[in-house]
Design a protein around this ligand. Sequence first.
Ligand code: F6R
Length: 610
Amino acid sequence: MCGIVGYIGSKEATPILVEGLKRLEYRGYDSAGVAVLTNGKITIEKQAGKIGGLEKHIVNRDLSGKSGIAHTRWATHGHPTQTNAHPHADCTGTLALIHNGIIENFGAIKTELIANGHNFITDTDTEALVHLIEEYYNNGHDLEAAVRAALSQVEGTYGIAVISSTEPDTLIAARRGSPLVVGVGENEFVVASDVSAIISHTKDVTYLEDNEVAIIKRNKLTIKTIDNLEVDKKVEKIAFDLEKIEKGGYDHFMLKEIMEQPQTIRDAMRGRLLEDEGTARLGGIQHEIDSLIYAPQMLFSACGTSWHAALIGEYMIEEFVRTPVEVEYASEFRYRDPVIERGSVMFVISQSGETADTLAALREGRRKGAKVLGICNVVGSTIARESDAGVYLHAGPEIGVASTKAFTSQVTVLSLLTLLLGRMRNMGASKGVRIVKEMEALPEKVSSILENQGTIKAIAREYHQSQNFLYLGRGYNFPVALEGALKLKEISYIHAEGYPAAEMKHGPIALIDENMPVVFIATKDSTYEKIISNIEEVKARSGRIIAIATEGDTEIKKLADHVIYVPQTLEFLTPILTIIPLQLLAYYIAILRGCDVDQPRNLAKSVTVE
Ligand code: F6R
């Protein structure tokens, strides 16, 4: 979603701002712009489309200056045009503002400001904010006070950065509901919506909390609340290197991240498996273990791919821990007034830790008395900070918009949680030891699937022009069917649906004919015989069958048009293996269709608006 970069220091700002925007490209955007303070005057340049277009546009313009702000916009209010792109200016061009989030009461503010003589030129909600700041600025407030006064009138969410030509040594940034980090370098500061835009300059950062304002001078950072109380903030170290956010020889981040999975799964388990005791240790939630073990109910809330991981978690916990689990889309949970029993524990699952709906679900869960635990990837993210306790995935930055390695890490962490709680309830030591051994073997098994991509590429070639796909699975592999379909549709724009295989005959079977590829996840597990019957049903209607099957299952070849084999593992761990070929299938189909897999249309990596 929208990206923010701001710079103030002793270096030329424009190259730093443009590089920062490129680092944020993965978040998804449709236009980009930059504002630099040049000789006491603000120059704004912006373009619809890609950052490359903006770069060409500014090549012969004077954008020299030692402070500035830049933005990638993901349209919410108004089309993705040059005019609507950020930065936005006030009436006189004294102020420039960039904004992530939504100003919900912009209509009322705009009407009042127009009545006061302000001139609006865009369709955006953001423009109302810059004119509101102008209103206070013209009434004698300095930039900091004008921003604070304006923000106290705003309803909605924001991450903002503002500069003024009359205060050239100040950059103001503020947040409510939209992430913002200040990088603290030597005599320079870089503010951004995401540490990726900061890491090449400094690893020292301060995360802003909601309702905080950063007053950044060339050599001094002060953080206050909107109500003007100074806040003492920690400077923290970013824990990864630049190379982690680069492609490392792969054509796309998505492929790099798919290929990283043996390592990321290993990293999710590192130091957490206790082979002798046949259990797991999750340091981050160890002190909450009593609440977990005696919880009458668990709730998992998440969005998208993380929601699919949560569904697998539900199956695992109910099978091995016997605690009832509810899985809720965060966007529904936050508005639905759900019943939360006393003592309930809620897990919010989020790769980015910034998803607006998931964050709101966390807050709603807490309001209703649940203990709230987070499963996040991004260290220091808002959800990680607001949870009572939590577990990190340690998957490293996920840049590809389609989530891949985060999913397998989430399922791995949920397996660890299941093992830990299961062993405390009614699982014996020998079963625990067997699970530990099987989990330790997973990275190698994932590697073997990744090494064997020939069949997947051939299937991609045969079906990349299909208009529709169906994905079917049962039990633990039903959520994998949902996830496989999501991967395909989001990066290749092919219509794909995931279903529990048995549900097919209650409607979707009507879609099946010789043009419909149907992907069955049909590993040798407790529902194998049943899924074979479902395959027969599709075959009887001439559907084309692509089966994900267990190595050694030769029988399935007689039924399926194509078989992709995965190694045997315990049933509850199969999703960690079966999703791998589906990620690759989606990737290769999208490539053959000429799609930009790292920046699929309309999508954002981190969905920070509701
Ligand atoms: C799909 C995808 C999205 C995210 C969803 C939640 O590939 O990436 O569906 O899973 O937006 O994001 P997080 O996990 O960051 O809360």
